[in-house]
Design a protein around this ligand. Sequence first.
Ligand code: ADP
Ligand code: ZN
Ligand code: ZN
Length: 777
Amino acid sequence: MGCIRNDNLPAGGPIAEVIVDVPVLGADKPYDYRIPPDLSGQVQPGSRVAVPFGPRKVQGYVINIKGKETHQGQLKHIEAVLDDQPPLTEELLALSEWMSEKYVCFRSTAIQAMLPSALKARTTKEVIESPSGEKQVVYEISDNVTARRVSYVTLLKEAKDVQRLLQELPKQALKQRAILGYLLEHEGKVMLTELLQACQASRSSVQSLQEKGIVTIATEEVERDPYAGRSFAKTDPLPLTPAQKEVFGHIIKAIEKEQFQTYLLHGVTGSGKTEVYLQAIAHVLKKGKEAIVLVPEISLTPQMVERFKGRFGDQVAVVHSRLSVGERYDTWRKIRNGQAKIVIGARSALFAPFERLGLIIIDEEHESSYKQEENPRYHARDVAIFRGQYHQAPVILGSATPSLESYARARKNVYTLLSLKERVHGRALPKVEVVDMRQELQSGNRTLFSRHLYQKIEERLEQKEQMVLFINRRGFSTFVMCRDCGFVLQCPHCDISLTYHKVNHTCRCHYCGHTERQLMRCPNCQSEHIRFFGTGTQKVEEALAQTFPGIRVIRMDVDTTRRKGAHEKLLHAFGQHKADCLLGTQMIAKGLDFDNVTLVGVIAADSMLHLPDFRAAERTFQLLTQVSGRAGRRQKPGEVVIQTYTPDHYSIQCASQHDYHTFYEQEMRYRFQKGYPPFYYLSLLLFSHPDLTYCIKAAEEAANWLKPRLSKQSQVLGPVAAPIPKIKDRYRYQCMIKYKNESQLSRLLMELLHYMQPHIAKYHLQLQIDMEPQVIL
Ligand code: ADP
Ligand code: ZN
Ligand code: ZN
């Protein structure tokens, strides 16, 4: 898109402030560029532009335009505008500024998080020879992906005229005849490639028809729509239950009054939250406004997409991680140009460039996937609240198991609490039975299935009802251990256990991909009793086949769902009753709603309870509640069996009794005693470097700089080795800042980044700042 122009512009004229896409601390500020007269109409706040930066040419974003100020010294000028319509709105520009301050990240990083990756330009370097023979380096900026263009051939004559033309054409013009015939059969418009193939013709035949004025060839932009050709059964709003009506009334009032307000919708699984969302959105659309719906990971919840598409059809744009770059770009443009009114998607859908936003919904608000674990490390909840405030629109946080943080805020009236305490039409919550696996072992049962669960599975198979069996892969991965000496096979680069892969008998590191062949002898004691441990989905699948001959199992885990669309296919098959049992990991815990499922089994509930994370109990409670919610959602009552080695733990007890409040009280007491959120805030500094001593020294230097600058009540813990002390040959040390009130912390940490800059720039130290870590691992 244009190369460097050498013409000198006159001084004066408007100036654009540009954030350049150069992610280093020194460049994290607006730069002034002159707007050349021929671009003056196109350069707007939010425009994506190409600008010279040092010897390079880079992409940048215009954040402001200053009037005809005179400027000291020579200014470079903007060289090209990269889009027809500025990709960023004024609001998103303001949001990027807020994010860069709050999360201590570069402004350009915040902006990039808002745009589809197709708009991350590539800079290519090319050496050309000038007319005078000098070599010159030219930088070109090109988009990763552009709109997809397709050539169409269109017939310009009416059918009866074509019949006449066919007679007039010379006999030997066989291809031209074929082309006209084919066009007539296909309503006068066909893709060029299709036409040439169907008629075995060359482009020149079409061109000669074009020269005669009979057809025309034109390129058109076509949209890559991943849902094209799919039809969704149209649904109508259901008459709301009294409880739903009450909740709906509050939300509608805020929409009507155009009032920002954060609602925490605490509703048990199956209480009709989604129906409330759908009807609230219908109201927003009627007002000519737009809505964003976030779900934890959309490719895991195809049923949610179906419900939204079924109600609102083409007005719904779906954004998820499995879209191709092109599909994502087209979806984004559909939003930007106003074709789509509703966006449903995972975290990043929050940045949908709507200009008349009327409602934001975050479903399953407690999910950790709403926190981005790379820069910018934002939490969707906070960004949603920013956007809600900007547009004076309500924000709904929905969950059956709200995060402790959100529930505590609702208790303090920071959020407005709305509840749906019962399932729709009095359907019962499933009966949950907790089985003590220690007792099973004592009475000689060494299998994966307790006698109780065994019996329940048998019953379902007899009655031809379906079941969902759940295992928690995390903390229960298949690691390799020596039974004689306890040696555990670890990755030499990452200090975590390698995972055994049965398919090709290898052991692989899940962080860096390091792979080793299966060992026949223990490297430590030479014993032959070295083998893999743990309960993977494959192992449960085998055990099921052995114990219940003929059982039909659909397994859903990372291995069976790698291909695009695999999730949907497997779930669809299960919905069609093509299997008795759906067996899977976390990914089946969410959003499934099947008529015929009457049994949910949790193979081992405590694997997550013992992870070294203060949220372990909360996550266990949430997960168990979620999985239990998959049973008996329609007419048939459901049953749940939870197998565990710690049956008395309050998270397991409360989940089995569907008792959020008792869990909340108990967990809050623990958090208070230990000084964890929501009573304290935590921020995490992570240092990494290939040299251990250097890494520790740098971390200490930072901690020492920070300590005297914080208020007395705040603490800096560490530096200590991170839970994973080494990844990809870099050592990792961390400091935790624990505080109650530290309003200037972000600014202070930005100063710290500047202070540590020599280490970062010269000695390749990495310093990562996480203002609100969700997973402390
Ligand atoms: P949640 O989102 O709280 O899990 P859903 O909205 O999925 O709950 O509702 C659970 C089930 O009840 C769904 O099958 C849904 O179609 C049905 N449902 C929801 N609201 C109503 C209603 N007002 N009348 C009849 N059925 C309803
Ligand atoms: Zn050994
Ligand atoms: Zn590794």
